[in-house]
Design a protein around this ligand. Structure first.
Ligand SMILES: Nc1ncnc2c1ncn2[C@@H]1O[C@H](COP(=O)(O)OP(=O)(O)OP(=O)(O)O)[C@@H](O)[C@H]1O
Length: 311
């Protein structure tokens, strides 16, 4: 199946500074919701800009449903919608005029019924005659989304769609994104909110310092989330792990006072009962027990650990 977006050996170095994007290869599948996670300055906006034709790649190419965003830019751009991070919609135009104009920019014939549907979906219908400048920040963000949807894009890029918005708008946004997906629209979103990626995404990509360090199905990541750790504080230090224990799942701390047992919480039995019996049989006395679960946040922090750009 032809990818919705095919990013091929794309890199970017701006005139000043180090490479903003090292070589990235990534296919976005038709109809999926792909969440791009990464710390500030990781290269998310740059990558999205290259996909939408607003930033020129230094190397490589991007195809949108087979159309090169540079060589065949008209066909490519018609297929993508971009909801940018910044709100620069302080216009004196009405909501209706602004959103309809956006559709015309892409060479589409007017379609009032479509514009009405988009405005209604975004709870903007009542505000259709209001001037943009009079709207609240949350409403302006809704207008940005409406503008991006006005020309019925096949792929929608949302750059930090819920940064700084209230809970209600965030919920609305999630509902809208799901509805768009049901209509066959492919969604690529960047987010700092890990729970947003958990909630929304089919696949997750983590980008750090211009490098795509992980691309994985969310379900697979959630399976990893199922990993749990049991820490066992010992009455007396151990010099080494006693025989007969599952060594591959156990780690002994340097001071010999703590055992850490890792297990997959979702893979049936935890093995804790057996472990306890074997510890008792080996004469190991336990002072305290604790379990903790790793989260997507832990995985994310580990991936970008110590690699954040200096402030
Ligand atoms: N127009 C530009 N000129 C020079 N450098 C730029 C430009 N745009 C971005 N950069 C640099 O490229 C790197 C990647 O920036 P980018 O905006 O793509 O990151 P990001 O992951 O979207 O960050 P954030 O989460 O803060 O939006 C950063 O070091 C940034 O300073």
């Amino acid at each position: 199946m032809q990818p919705a977006i095919s990013i091929q050996t794309v890199s970017k170095t701006y005139k000043s500074g180090p490479p903003a994007l090292k070589t990235v290869d990534l296919d976005i599948r038709p109809g999926e919701i792909f969440a791009l996670l990464g710390p500030n300055g990781a290269g998310k906006t740059t990558l999205i800009g290259i996909c939408c034709g607003t930033v020129r790649a230094s190397t490589g190419r991007v195809l949108v449903e087979g159309h090169d965003v540079v060589r065949d830019y008209k066909a490519a751009r018609r297929r993508v919608g971009l909801v940018p991070q910044e709100l620069h919609t302080d216009s004196f135009e009405s909501v209706w005029a602004t959103v309809s104009f956006s559709r015309g920019l892409f060479g589409h014939a007017p379609n009032p019924a479509h514009i009405e549907r988009v405005l209604r979906d975004l709870s903007l219908w009542e505000k259709r005659d209001a001037k943009i400048i009079t709207l609240s920040g949350g409403m302006k963000r809704r207008v940005l989304i409406a503008k991006a949807l006005a020309h019925e894009p096949r792929v929608l890029f949302l750059d930090e769609p819920t940064a700084g918005v209230d809970v209600e708008l965030r919920r609305d946004m999630w509902v809208l994104v799901r509805r768009l997906r049901e209509q066959g629209v492919t969604i690529v979103l960047t987010t700092h909110y890990i729970e947003e990626a958990e909630e929304m995404a089919d696949r997750i990509g983590v980008i750090n310092r211009g490098e795509l360090v992980l691309v994985e199905e969310k379900a697979e990541l959630m399976r990893r989330l199922g990993k749990k750790r049991l820490t066992i504080d010992l009455d007396a230090p151990l010099a080494a792990l006693p025989d007969g224990l599952p060594a591959e799942q156990l780690a002994l701390s340097e001071d010999g006072r703590r055992l850490t047992y890792s297990f997959d919480a979702k893979a049936g039995g935890s093995g804790i009962g057996t472990l306890m019996e074997r510890l008792r049989a080996a004469g190991v006395r336990i002072a305290d027990l604790n379990t903790e679960q790793s989260t997507l946040e832990d995985i994310f922090v580990e991936l970008v650990h110590d690699e954040r750009p200096a402030a």
